[in-house]
Design a binder for this molecule. Sequence first.
Ligand SMILES: [Zn+2]
Length: 277
Amino acid sequence: MIIVPTLRAGATDIGARVPSVRILKDKVIAIFGMGAIGAPVAIELARNGCSHLTVIDHDIVEPGNSIRWPLGATAWGMRKTTAVKHHVESEYPSVEVEEIHHAVGMAAAADGNGGDHSVLPPIFAKADVVINATASSGISRLLADHCTSAGKPMISLFGTLSLKGGVVAAYQPKSGCPTCREFAYDKGLIQKAPGSGEISALNQPAGCAELTFTGASFDLHELSLDAVRLTGDILSQPADFKESLVHTLTLHDGIKRVPPSCRVDGLPPMKECGCQP
Ligand SMILES: [Zn+2]
């Protein structure tokens, strides 16, 4: 009877123990994609005291994808959103997780939800920061449009298929967008992440209809942790993050794995894109 209140008091004390994450208390963070990079982001934000997480995905946990997922056999067969909610709310009782089982990009109603037009606006209205861990450039652009309309920052992260590197980009509503990032690559203003464009790292497990990504969870965690760090910094010092920026991570030099390193580039709006007036 005494243990539970003691634990709850400990959970609310997190800002005193780690001042750099105090800002996460009372913040709402929406995370699209509960896969191998999104689920670790959700759990790390919960551990550090983010009081409300909205998690959006349509997939379920299978034995085959557990090797890159933070929870193992206890989560098999569960919706990824449900597994994260159960884990976070039982381990970090001061955190509330809202799970939304939805496939972004669906115009029509599915799974008992409405389409994007009814599911997405309330998420953006409520979130202080949106994190896009879907690793889809189409969805990235769609979510960035919603963020711009709602005036919210979006952090988007993905690894290259060979996982020689990856990108963690922070898009601000009045600065460069995901399409601006493509123009910045074309103009040579920003260098692409190592392994960009390679498809040789894909393989096809028996029984799987599609080629699948072969990166390891410990390399993907580098991207997840960078996104969590950036989320805390943007929330703590918004005045320092008016311009979009791109973190380009290197994990492999083409011959062997190397200690992770990160290059930071500003991403102003590109006039070719026309996303800003
Ligand atoms: Zn743009």
